[in-house]
Design a protein around this ligand. Structure first.
Ligand code: HEC
Ligand code: HEC
Length: 165
């Protein structure tokens, strides 16, 4: 019993320290419904620092949240949209996201408008898998993009021209 008690004390200590570490970042999170959702559904497996630098749009966060719910996050289905919009608002428009988007726009102008106009792209609405197929198809027909550049372009297109919800 005594040994177990020690384990509990150590466990409490570790979780308290981890929670404190998470909270350091949590304090910087803007208020909103999403903050509580994050604290209750996302912060017990990894610290919220896992979210830092993920300056992506809606599609990325939807994919990540689906993955996290599969891993065991108790976030309910109906809370998904409000957490997604909170994350997009909080992380989606940072300078990194802007730089990435600018890079993607340049790649598209240079590599995607030689055979057809931008309208061919702008009128399309696809999910990430759909954009991946399309861009790979364009590369097969002659678009000149490295694998990394294709990734940047796919991410941008999936965020900018997502499939209708
Ligand atoms: C049951 C445990 C668990 C919960 C709860 C959880 N995660 Fe995760 N999360 C993980 C694991 C494990 C990884 C590492 C996966 C990997 O590296 O492939 C991870 C990785 C991540 C990443 C990094 C993914 C990447 O592409 O690098 C993000 C962002 C993330 N989680 C966000 C969230 C959000 C948002 C929530 C709440 C909806 C959440 N997590 C809840 C276990 C969890
Ligand atoms: C070498 C010429 C070429 C380049 C470069 C090119 N495309 Fe295309 N693209 C085509 C052709 C040809 C079609 C028409 C194919 C068809 O209708 O089946 C097309 C069609 C499309 C469509 C419409 C597909 C559909 O299902 O309606 C999209 C979206 C598209 N391209 C995006 C891109 C993007 C993004 C890039 C840059 C990564 C790109 N294209 C670069 C030749 C090109």
């Amino acid at each position: 019993m005594k040994a177990n008690f020690h384990k509990v004390v150590i466990w409490l200590f570790v979780t308290t320290v981890l929670a404190a570490a998470g909270f350091g970042f949590g304090q910087d999170l803007p208020d909103g419904e999403g903050k509580a959702l994050l604290e209750n559904n996302c912060s017990f497996c990894h610290s919220m620092e896992r979210l830092q630098g993920k300056n992506y749009g809606k599609q990325y966060w939807e994919d990540v949240i689906a993955e996290m719910r599969e891993k065991g996050s108790p976030l309910s289905e109906e809370d998904v949209p409000s957490l997604v919009s909170y994350l997009v608002k909080t992380f989606g428009a940072g300078p990194e996201a802007e730089a990435k988007a600018a890079e993607a726009r340049k790649l598209i102008q240079t590599n995607c408008t030689g055979c057809h106009g931008m309208d061919r792209i702008e009128e399309k609405r696809l999910d990430k898998a759909g954009w991946e197929r399309t861009v790979k198809g364009m590369i097969a027909s002659g678009a000149q993009l490295s694998e990394a550049e294709a990734g940047t372009v796919i991410e941008y297109l999936a965020n900018t021209y997502p499939a209708a919800p």
